[in-house]
Design a protein around this ligand. Structure first.
Ligand code: 3NM
Length: 211
């Protein structure tokens, strides 16, 4: 599906701990392989350390003209002037972010429960993340895996851009897109790969190839 409001197709979510080869190296290789959006997710860091990491990453993503999103820290997002901020249902609500966030910047909101779709929070977000699509060892504090049927259901209930995340790799990426996702977000498939550039390239090829 091509969504003109959301042209991004392969979204890399990173933290230093998830990148054995080093975060900046993984991100640069992933961009060269085809990643077109990056999120820094260092929720456990204090704001000072989070900011230091975000600044380094922003320099890199800016050099490739790739949008950077900050996970759940408004102060860091504002200080680095990131493209966007991403939050889940237990984080800063999008309605609160919107009050301090310029309208051209993007708010992402993870949907873990169907009832979230009827909330002001989902209505305020610029894009929604269907999280998790499949069970994944990377995030275990989730109750519900949506599966392909879940993506199809959410697709029918909203016209917002949908990012699918959780347990996605080259083997299942095509069916996730066919179910109605606009974009695929991954951690492990790229961060744990021996060759992140190749992993990103193969994912991107599978995403953009004709159905
Ligand atoms: N949600 P994988 S991170 C499901 O930040 C999920 O909201 C996240 O899984 C969030 O390593 C995450 O299989 C796990 O790509 C990503």
């Amino acid at each position: 599906m091509n969504n003109p409001r959301f042209p991004y197709k392969l979204y890399l979510v990173v933290s230093e701990a998830n990148c054995k080869l080093g975060m900046l190296k993984v991100v640069e290789e992933a961009i060269l392989g085809g990643v077109d959006m990056v999120q820094l997710r260092e929720k456990h860091l204090n704001t000072e350390d989070y900011l230091r990491s975000a600044r380094r990453l922003k320099t890199l993503t800016d050099s490739y003209n790739i949008p950077l999103v900050i996970n759940d820290n408004l102060q860091v997002a504002q200080q680095v002037n990131s493209f966007g901020i991403h939050v889940g249902c237990n984080d800063i609500p999008p309605t609160v972010i919107r009050k301090t966030w310029h309208s051209w910047q993007s708010i992402g909101y993870s949907v873990e429960y169907l009832h979230q779709l009827q909330t002001e929070e989902a209505a305020t977000a610029d894009y929604l993340a269907v999280s998790p699509v499949f069970d994944t060892p990377t995030k275990t504090d989730t109750v519900n895996s949506w599966g392909l049927k879940g993506i199809e259901t959410i697709r029918q209930l909203t016209t917002k851009p949908l990012i699918a995340i959780g347990g996605i790799g080259t083997g299942n990426v095509r069916e996730v897109m066919n179910a109605g996702a606009d974009c695929i977000a991954v951690i492990s498939a790229i961060c744990s790969a021996e060759d992140p550039q190749k992993a990103a390239y193969q994912l991107k090829e599978a995403i953009i190839k004709p159905k």
